[in-house]
Design a protein. Structure first.
Length: 75
């Protein structure tokens, strides 16, 4: 995963799996319009600049293993 400014990218097995720019407006999905809380104007957490901590999460009904997890500043 990389965070550069407001841009977030994630790769899985060497292939780009997710691109997101923090503060961008969400678009309608398969279930209709997005929740109003997902709009940056309504949620300060979704506005740049990007700061904070890094964490990992998995659902309680799953088993997840994280290997070689490293956090380093961008050079």
């Amino acid at each position: 995963m990389t965070v550069a400014g407001a841009d977030f990218n994630a790769w899985l097995d060497g292939a780009l799996a997710l691109e997101y720019t923090l503060g961008s407006e969400p678009t309608a999905g398969r279930r209709g319009p997005p929740n109003p809380d997902l709009f940056p104007a309504n949620n300060a957490v979704l506005r740049p600049p990007v700061t904070g901590k890094v964490g990992l999460w998995s659902k309680t009904d799953s088993t997840s293993y994280f290997k070689d997890y490293v956090i380093s500043p961008q050079q």
